[in-house]
Design a protein around this ligand. Sequence first.
Ligand code: URA
Length: 234
Amino acid sequence: MRLDKLLISQGFGPRKECQFLIQHGAVRIDGEVCQNIKQQVNPKGLEYSVHDVDYLYREHIYLALNKPQGYECSHQPEHHASVFELLPELLIYRGLQSVGRLDQDTTGLLLFTDDGQWLHGLTHPKKHIAKTYFVTTKDPIDSTQVERLTKGVALRNEIGLYKATDVRQLNEHALQLTIHQGIYHQVKRMIAAVGNAVDTLHRSQIGEWVLPDTLAEGDWQYLEAADLIKLQHQ
Ligand code: URA
């Protein structure tokens, strides 16, 4: 791949800007400045630097954000900040999209990618990828509510019953549950359908991939091949 094309693919801007960076000595490979825009490079596993910041070539980007409250999953947010403000511009320039959405007041695991096929695979209604939430409720939870969530509840304007699996009551006002679809406001609507109301909502897991405790609110990390396999569990 030509060096200028590689930089374009990695989000460093349009062709002219990438060529400018190369010609002005900002790009190094193996520590050597490379000023030839036509230089052929093997992108696989390529480590390079731009303005002394190190990068690894990635054909696609997959990342996990620990979403704080007060951020909308939209490039054009209406009432709050955008989750994209929490990510580096370089990545956004590559056309990064969120994998599904979390409400502005929901916290926790939110995925992003620029790989349309992978995004489709995770969000397609037929895939039933498991998503685990930690919920606190406004009213005390009773065993009937837990039972109804497990058996399935009807939601207005939706066909069929919506079930949660692995429903575990953690205390009087907290439970953990897993859902296998991803319709609009699903958890809040399910909790409302059993006669309670969500106070706080936090997504802790997708598939078998658990949001690490070490990832602070507002921080993100790249996902590697082993992580992608775990995420696809139903
Ligand atoms: N269910 C909801 O109600 N809100 C979310 O943000 C995610 C799942």
